[in-house]
Ligand binder design. Structure first.
Ligand SMILES: C[S@@+](CC[C@H](N)C(=O)[O-])C[C@H]1O[C@@H](n2cnc3c(N)ncnc32)[C@H](O)[C@@H]1O
Length: 217
């Protein structure tokens, strides 16, 4: 008889993020998933000093640069997490701890065979719902019309979320990628969803496919 894999599923190999230890005293907590070079994160932190903002990226050199720029500017209300975005939402963040997620320009993975690599999939909606406070919001922007449609379809099929007014960033909060797309004259698609009271997980995240890191770029 074939033996089960001896590799532990990722959700059993991580402990959670001790968010309360560094969010105490702030009015709200937001998370910038795939923060990149941090143009949005740093501008937002300056504009909203009462908001603790977690920047998440898998590229450490990008986080190192944001860290240096933030400290030079005296910004204290950010923390940087060097980790996979899917793991952060799926495992590390405590329940009902986040007011706002920002997911700006995740990789659209346009080929059908790569759809499974997209961040926005049914299992991640469980994770967003678990980690968002009631009424908390996810703001999304993409340059890819197909991915935008897929995101709208995904959320409209999930009664735990309701569409809400898309986030129009002020000029200084436009991300590095947004500036590139705008310079090329490309259209930006925005969508936002609020978390409603609702049932717990609707999807199993312990299936093997979900154990792969979810890539957003
Ligand atoms: C297309 S860029 C967008 C960056 C930024 N949000 C912007 O709009 O300028 C995507 C960023 O997400 C990061 N990224 C991609 N996949 C990731 C993952 N699975 N976990 C964490 N970060 C990821 C990349 O390193 C990159 O910095």
């Amino acid at each position: 008889m074939e033996q089960d894999s001896l590799i532990l599923p990722f959700e059993r190999t991580l402990c959670s993020l001790d968010l309360p230890s560094f969010s105490a005293g702030y009015q709200s907590v937001s998370v910038d998933l795939g923060c990149g070079k941090g143009r949005f994160l740093l501008a937002r932190a300056l504009l909203h000093p009462q908001e603790l903002i977690l920047g998440v990226d898998r590229l450490i050199h990008r986080l190192a640069k944001i860290d240096a720029r933030a400290r030079k500017a005296g910004i204290q209300n950010i923390r940087l997490v060097h980790a996979d975005a899917g793991l952060v939402v799926g495992c590390l963040l405590p329940n009902r701890s986040v007011d706002i997620f920002f997911v700006f320009f995740p990789d659209p993975w346009p080929k059908r065979r790569h759809y499974k690599r997209r961040l926005f999939s049914p299992p991640i909606l469980d994770a967003f719902h678990r980690t968002l406070k009631q009424g908390g919001i996810i703001h999304i922007a993409t340059d890819n019309a197909d991915y935008h449609k897929a995101i709208l379809r995904l959320f409209s099929n999930d009664s735990r979320f309701a569409p809400t007014a898309p986030y129009e960033p002020p000029e200084e909060e436009k991300t590095d990628f947004e500036l590139i797309f705008l310079a090329k004259g490309e259209r930006i698609y925005r969508s936002s969803f609020a978390s409603l009271p609702g049932a717990g997980p609707l999807h199993s995240i312990s299936r093997p496919a979900a154990a792969r890191p979810i890539s957003i770029a």
